[in-house]
Design a binder for this molecule. Structure first.
Ligand code: FMN
Length: 205
């Protein structure tokens, strides 16, 4: 059994999925983990819309756009979960939904399932498609399914560069500009674009 530390380090954003359906028990077990997420004043202002219908998923894939980023894999994952928040119930609805979302990603990884948190999508259009009331917010879409080809972890900043003991300012400065390039947006974008090509099975993304 993997420890929590191993699970946290091994969870990966997956953008290439096998078409195999995910058993309903697995989806429910993953959402059960979301149910136990913390929430401000324990308001639990989240709702989860689980989409397996092919046509709806394809339409979601079209709506998963943010400026030049088009997360086409949303249309190819066997399951998409919309994490919705009741803004009127809690001022912390968005934060709460993100905690619930994190539990979804980790619980899925624990069951050998891949996920991708999608923050870039046409929210109002997705609300219409999924009949989510306008008074609510859709904080994120989560794609869920079995990984098609192993995803290499993207680089992370070093712990020593981000931890400031006692007060801000004591962390190490990144030594070279190339350190920033190692994990920065350019690297992430290149990886994203590579993973949008489903036909090319590579482990070296
Ligand atoms: C708030 C947020 C928004 C994200 N939005 C998208 C998105 O719209 N499309 C996408 O393909 N990945 C998206 N991601 C996934 C990130 O690109 C990914 O988490 C990051 O590159 C690190 O990779 P890892 O999750 O494998 O560690 C998002 C992640 C977060 C936390």
């Amino acid at each position: 059994m993997q420890s929590f530390a191993e699970l946290a380090a091994r969870r990966r954003t997956v953008r290439r999925y096998r078409p195999d359906p995910v058993p309903r028990e697995d989806i429910e077990a993953i959402l059960e983990a979301a149910r136990w997420a913390p929430s401000g004043m324990n308001m639990q202002p989240w709702e989860f819309v689980v989409v397996t219908d092919e046509q709806t998923r394809r339409e979601l894939g079209e709506l998963a756009r943010y400026y030049v980023i088009h997360s086409q894999h949303v249309g190819r994952a066997p399951v998409v979960i919309a994490v919705c928040g009741r803004k009127r119930r809690s001022p912390f609805a968005r934060d709460d939904c993100i905690f619930a979302g994190a539990n979804i990603l980790l619980a899925a990884a624990d069951r050998g399932l891949g996920t991708c948190w999608i923050g870039g999508f046409k929210e109002e259009k997705v609300k219409e498609l999924l009949r989510v009331p306008r008074s609510m917010t859709i904080v994120g879409l989560v794609t869920l399914g079995y990984e098609d080809s192993e995803t290499k972890p993207p680089p992370r900043r070093e712990l020593s560069e981000m931890v400031h003991w006692e007060a801000y300012g004591s962390a190490e400065r990144p030594r070279r500009l190339s350190d920033l390039r190692r994990w920065g947006p350019q690297t992430v974008l290149r990886k994203f674009l590579r993973e949008q090509k489903p036909e090319k099975r590579d482990g070296a993304s």
